[in-house]
Design a protein around this ligand. Structure first.
Ligand SMILES: Nc1ncnc2c1ncn2[C@@H]1O[C@H](COP(=O)(O)OP(=O)(O)OP(=O)(O)O)[C@@H](O)[C@H]1O
Ligand SMILES: [Mg+2]
Length: 273
């Protein structure tokens, strides 16, 4: 059976648990909506934000919702996800992302970025640098980033940083040597894993978006999926897709608990391979 065949078997419009979901279709339960509102408020106040959460809980998707929520006129968002660079290369990358010509020395690239931030202030556009995977930031960078927030003798908030990463980023930033940066991240947010109710709602939401509103997973099957994925959405996407595929092979339109052990075992084998 081809990988598309479960789509036809269940009468779906597309692959319901694909990462290729457009911004406007992202799932926004009240917990995530509240988080996005807090981030919007923080940016309106021109402060900086720390956002942490386990892999696959939806951090980057929250950034996408935020991007869609912010008025385009007032903010300039720059997204960076290659956090593994040293200081000079990091600022060079930022220059490229901002459409600036990078200079050769670390001091010169830093100056180019800082001048650009000051120019944007004159245009009344607040720059926001979103640093995803920030738990991977080089210690050189973590020790330096707060300097990028310092304008006019540290009296102007011309730039906001949003640092996004795994929970260890929070622990890392609490180390004494990073306290200058940590103390400037005024809003500290954490995304919790999905609750069992969230898991059920998410599955229904994504299936509905793909055109199927009837019950596809029984309550028991949802509970087992929740246990197996411990509230991680990427894990849930993968296992839910595995279930749809397996059910289509077996010509079952309702996914019950007994189908799951096979899907979970196969998933474990594939992951260990
Ligand atoms: N709000 C959402 N609406 C729809 N799907 C979502 C949403 N949040 C997460 N997902 C699904 O979960 C997957 C993982 O989410 P995301 O990439 O945002 O996690 P993450 O926390 O950034 O993970 P990592 O730490 O590994 O970068 C997405 O590819 C998407 O399929
Ligand atoms: Mg991510």
């Amino acid at each position: 059976m081809s990988s598309d065949s479960y789509v036809g078997f269940f009468g779906l419009k597309d692959h319901p648990f694909s990462k290729e979901i457009v911004d406007r279709d992202l799932w926004l339960p009240s917990s995530k909506a509240a988080l996005v509102s807090e981030m919007v408020e923080a940016l309106e106040e021109r402060t900086s934000v720390l956002l942490t959460g386990e892999p696959g809980v939806g951090k980057t998707c929250v950034l996408r919702v935020l991007r869609a929520r912010l008025p385009e006129a007032g903010f300039r968002l720059t997204y960076c996800h290659n956090a593994t660079l040293g200081r000079r290369d990091f600022y060079r990358q930022l220059c490229f992302a901002l459409g600036l010509s990078p200079q050769s020395t670390a001091g010169a690239v830093f100056y180019t970025v800082a001048t650009h931030v000051e120019d944007l202030a004159k245009e009344r556009a607040h720059p926001v640098f979103l640093l995803d995977e920030a738990h991977l930031l080089h210690e050189q960078m973590l020790g330096h980033l707060h300097i990028l927030l310092n304008y006019e003798w540290d009296s102007k908030a011309l730039l906001s940083l949003i640092l996004v990463g795994l929970p260890e980023l929070h622990d890392l930033l609490q180390m004494r040597r990073y306290r200058s940066l940590y103390s400037r991240l005024h809003v500290r947010l954490h995304i919790d894993p999905l609750t069992p109710e969230d898991t059920a709602e998410y599955l229904r939401y994504r299936l509905k978006r793909s055109g199927v509103e009837r019950e596809v997973f029984t309550q028991d099957a949802v509970a087992m999926l929740h246990e197996a994925t411990t509230g991680g959405m990427r894990e849930l996407d993968r296992l839910a897709t595995g279930c749809l595929r397996e059910a289509a092979r077996k010509k079952k339109r309702l996914i019950e608990r007994d189908l799951l052990p096979r899907v979970i075992d196969r998933d474990l084998i594939e992951r260990d391979a």
